[in-house]
Write a protein that binds this ligand. Structure first.
Ligand code: ZN
Length: 501
């Protein structure tokens, strides 16, 4: 029984007074905590404000890389630009990792947790384009940033620097690492970094890709891939004077391609096989002594992929036998499919929503509207860049592209997302992407990505149970018997894979 001023209180008034006491206690706790809450909020805002203030810095860096498009493993200037900025910001930068001259790892802070951010910077052949809404190459046949890796690398670096600002301001223990990863477009820089153990000791890896929406990448639609070159050797001869003395290496290539096109009917539907003949001979009147065909073979599951590759190998042997040529096979690269992580996906979703979408100014909007006319889509699609997509459900891949982030995701819990860097309706590896990526639209998207990195890193540094949860999920998805065996075997990085074309 509770007595108050000698009077017995009704049940209701007791509840009320108890509530009042509790509320008062809560209020006092809140008031007492206020300086700390305000301080924490202020500290969380610090990296975001830093990024807003640094817009022009990263605008300049991304445009510098955009204006110097370099192909995979040849990205000396682009890599140096990012390294230089990180060094100026106090990061320790090591270069030339895993036998790749343009790779680097930049580290700031100390101790656990260790958070990694991936940074790419390679361009694509023949996608040179000016920042205008109609096709206009800057250099006819030249390279261009048709996949937005100028933004990707710069956004990763901007995020890491913002995280450094927060580590400094809060005196927290923790390490941030930027993985300068060359040659994502077919060279597989990250696979060599993973194979050589550079992700060991990293707790979480974050990654983003410039896209046409703001959306968490839960791993849907990615496939494992094996890139293989088949080189046939024949015997040169005058194609008209003594054809019977020659054996055509190009015949070997054509027989292989023919057989592959027949086997398509009998392989799992999510498979993808595509090829280009990178060398087919020199002149029609010379029986080709040497011919090479370059294959990408893909399947959402890497075990099924191995069976497919074995079948194409058999076809190559059969083609050589039937044309009396010989064939050599060289694995150029190979990537794992992506391993999803729901714990991290939900965390990124929260922070993507906190940061919000991309807001165009009048000039950017005019460019974007012109681009929609080029693309034949309604200008209303532009509303998408300001919106955040709901967190997608995971579903089995029905085929699609591949990324060397796949290998990272099987070594460390990894999560990625897109921000709206390009005009909705445009496709990757197009002049439309090169054009938009070189404007402030691209910079706005990379600053948003950097903010998501910063907010997520703060969550991971301040709530280590999130890392434990991500690891539990990671271990359970990989299975107890998992052993990482890269699909590219023990080969050295194919440093000249873009030169030989
Ligand atoms: Zn890309």
């Amino acid at each position: 029984m509770i007595q108050h001023s000698g009077k017995r209180l009704s049940e209701e008034s007791i509840r009320c007074s108890l509530l009042t006491v509790k509320t008062k206690q809560k209020l006092w706790v809140l008031i007492a905590m206020m300086p700390f809450t305000l301080l924490a909020q202020k500290q969380t805002n610090l990296p975001l404000e830093h990024l807003d203030r640094s817009f022009h810095v990263y605008d300049q860096i991304q445009k510098e890389i955009w204006a110097t498009p370099e192909l995979g493993f040849l990205e000396t200037k682009s890599s140096n630009t990012l390294q230089k900025h990180l060094q100026e910001q106090g990061f320790k930068v090591e270069t030339g990792m895993a036998g790749m001259p343009t790779s680097f790892i930049a580290t700031y802070g100390s101790g656990k947790p260790v958070i990694g951010i991936l940074a790419e910077f390679d361009a694509l052949p023949r996608l040179s384009q000016d920042t205008v809404a109609y096709q206009k190459p800057i250099e006819e046949g030249g390279s261009g940033h048709g996949c937005g890796h100028n933004l990707l690398g710069t956004g990763g670096v901007a995020g890491a620097v913002a995280i450094k600002e927060w580590l400094d301001a809060t005196n927290r223990q923790g390490t941030i690492k930027v993985f300068g990863s060359p040659a994502e477009e077919g060279g597989g820089g990250k696979v060599y970094l993973a194979r050589d153990g550079f992700f060991k000791g990293v707790d979480v890896v974050m990654d983003w890709h410039p896209g046409t929406r703001n959306i968490v990448n839960v791993g849907n639609g990615y496939t494992a891939v094996q890139m293989v070159d088949y080189t046939f050797h024949g015997k040169a001869s005058h194609a008209a004077g003594s054809p019977h003395n020659g054996r055509s290496a190009l015949d070997g290539v054509e027989a292989l391609n023919y057989m592959v096109n027949m086997l398509r009917e009998h392989i799992p539907s999510a498979s993808r096989i595509h090829y280009v003949i990178t060398h087919g001979g020199d002149a029609p009147n010379v029986v080709p002594e040497l011919a090479t065909v370059s294959y990408y073979i893909r399947h959402p599951n890497r075990d099924a992929l191995k069976d497919l590759v074995a079948w194409v190998d058999q076809a190559a042997e059969g083609a050589a036998l039937g044309t009396q040529t010989t064939v050599e096979r060289e694995i150029i690269s190979g990537f794992y499919e992506k391993l999803p992580n729901r714990t991290l996906a939900e965390l990124i979703q929260k922070n993507l929503e906190a940061v919000g979408g991309v807001q165009y100014d009048d000039r950017e909007r005019a460019f974007a509207v012109q681009m929609t006319e080029q693309l034949g889509v309604k200008p209303s699609v532009l509303d998408r860049v300001a919106a955040i997509q709901p967190l997608p459900e995971e579903r089995p891949s029905t085929g699609g592209g591949s990324t060397d982030v796949g290998d990272v995701s099987w070594n460390v819990p990894t999560i990625g997302f897109d921000t709206a860097s390009f005009i909705p309706g445009s496709s990757a590896h197009s002049w439309h992407w090169t054009a938009a990526g070189g404007t402030t639209i691209g910079t706005k998207a990379l600053i948003n990505a950097a903010k998501v990195f910063a907010l997520t890193a703060i969550d991971l540094y301040t709530t280590p149970s999130l890392i434990e949860e991500a690891w539990e999920e990671f271990e359970s998805r990989r299975g107890p018997d998992f052993k990482y065996e890269p699909l590219l075997g023990d080969r050295d990085p194919a440093l000249n894979y873009q030169v030989r074309k």
